[in-house]
Design a protein around this ligand. Structure first.
Ligand code: DOR
Ligand code: ZN
Ligand code: ZN
Length: 446
């Protein structure tokens, strides 16, 4: 007879930077929590999972996803997004507030948490900073924290009013909740659709300069520095942004930052399919489109030099975390002229394999990979029972086959959406099991 949520994982290669462990360990889970980690454990009566030849890590935590419920369930629901998450190895996902209605009051936060009860991943609601994300009036932060908001963000938009942003930073820090900042200067961003550079010039698409992002990152860092409070910068995409964060950290500013897989693997040339198609299976070529609208997101894909800079930033720890900015849109919404397509691409089901690619390339060590995907995100969100597999912590565990090769086929995604820029990519390394609270939540039953 096996106890509820008790399981013994045997023979895996544990990657747990938080506990300083890397190597072959057995892991005993009891009642949803880590009970014991040792080189050899036997526990008669407890179900055993042999994970030989697999990598075992604390469950990946995504700081930045868009589940479209309430309001846009045709794009994604909390359930479909959470299924995509665990299929991609994410056990906790922080969901942004730009739903309809906006998550700017405790009844929406409670609704999300109620829907999440049926979801296989832990869903962590991020509340808006301002009412209806209009940048005018601060939300009732205390109410939202009480209802379960883990962080605050007007993601999708910046908070243009620096006084409001100042007060948001002050209150959020009193409540011990981070502010996750989408940085863009609206006037400079204007009606741009791609990075201002090679492709905007050659193809006549309106450009978004790096400066639009960097000016706002500078402002955000200055406010946090002045107030002595923490702040988190979303989806860093430019070399200048990396330099601003690096310099701020050196000065002791409490700033953290994330980068998305798409900004690590794609540059502006992907917009016009200029260099990414040679290797791809013909089946996945977007034959009917000149521009691939699944390369349109905010911030946009930048220059090759920017990609190199965010990679270096991730490697040297300037950038703390990889977060997907999973932004589902329905196929017909993206099947339009580039100008008209909505910003956003999905990422939950490809992120982990792409980060494994960085390990293969030697950019990150396996332990650094786990830091960027689990330990650091747990710290940023103050999740003190996650990010490592020390005894007593939640048994949220991701098991990876590092050698499994696969081709990205959007039709096979658990997400309701298909808008990935990585269709047809051959990737190595795949999630084989995901556990939340000691329960195997992926693969799905039946
Ligand atoms: O590309 C993006 N999509 N960037 C954002 O900031 C918002 C997001 C969305 O909600 O679709
Ligand atoms: Zn954003
Ligand atoms: Zn976002």
């Amino acid at each position: 007879m096996s106890e509820k949520n008790s399981i013994l994982l045997k023979n895996g290669r544990l990657l747990d930077p938080g506990a300083g462990r890397e190597g072959r360990y057995d892991i005993l889970v009891e009642e949803g929590r880590i009970k014991k980690v040792a080189s050899e454990i036997s526990s008669p009566g407890v179900a055993t999972l042999d994970v030989a030849d697999c990598w075992v890590m604390p469950g990946a935590i995504d700081l930045h996803v868009h589940l479209r419920e309430p309001g846009f369930e045709y794009k994604e629901t909390i359930l479909s997004g959470a299924r995509a998450a665990v299929a991609g190895g994410f056990t906790s996902i922080a969901c942004m507030a730009n739903t309809s209605p906006v998550n700017d009051n405790s009844s929406v936060t409670r609704f999300i948490l109620e829907q999440a009860l049926a979801a296989p991943a832990r869903v962590l609601p991020v509340a808006a900073i301002s009412r209806e994300m209009r940048g005018e009036t601060l939300v009732e932060m205390g109410d939202l924290v009480e209802a379960g908001a883990v962080a605050f963000s007007d993601d999708g938009k910046t908070v243009p009013n620096s006084k409001l942003l100042r007060h948001a930073l002050e209150y959020a820090s009193l409540f011990g909740r981070p502010l996750l900042c989408h940085c863009q200067d609206n006037a400079l961003f204007a009606d741009g659709v791609v990075h201002e550079g090679l492709v905007s010039a050659a193809h006549g698409l309106r450009g978004i300069p790096c400066l639009a992002e960097e000016i706002d990152i500078a402002r955000t860092i200055m406010l946090a520095e002045y107030l002595g409070v923490p702040v988190h910068i979303c989806h860093l995409s430019t070399r200048g942004g990396v330099e601003l964060v690096r310099a701020a950290k050196l000065r002791g500013v409490r700033v953290s930052a994330e980068v998305t897989p798409h900004h690590l693997f794609l540059d502006e040339r992907a917009v016009a399919d200029l260099s990414y198609s040679e290797d791809l299976d013909q089946r996945y070529r977007p034959a009917q489109l000149v521009y691939n609208t699944n390369t349109k997101m905010s911030p946009p894909l930048r220059s090759a030099a920017d990609v190199e800079a965010v990679r270096q930033g991730l490697a040297d720890g300037t950038i703390d975390a990889v977060a997907t900015d999973h932004a589902p849109h329905e196929a017909t919404e993206k099947a339009v002229e580039y100008d008209l397509a909505p910003f956003g691409v999905i990422g939950l089901e490809t992120a982990l394999s792409l980060v494994l690619h960085l390990v293969d390339e030697g950019l990150l060590s396996p332990l650094q990979m786990v830091e960027r995907l689990s330990l650091n995100p747990a710290h940023i969100l103050n999740l003190d029972d996650r990010g490592t597999l020390e005894p007593g912590m939640a048994a949220d565990i991701t098991v990876i086959d590092p050698d499994a090769e696969w081709v990205v086929d959007p039709e096979k995604f658990y997400s309701r959406a298909r808008n990935t820029p990585f269709a047809g990519w051959r990737l190595k390394g795949r999630v084989v099991k995901t556990l939340v609270s000691g329960r195997v939540v992926f693969p799905f039953d039946g």
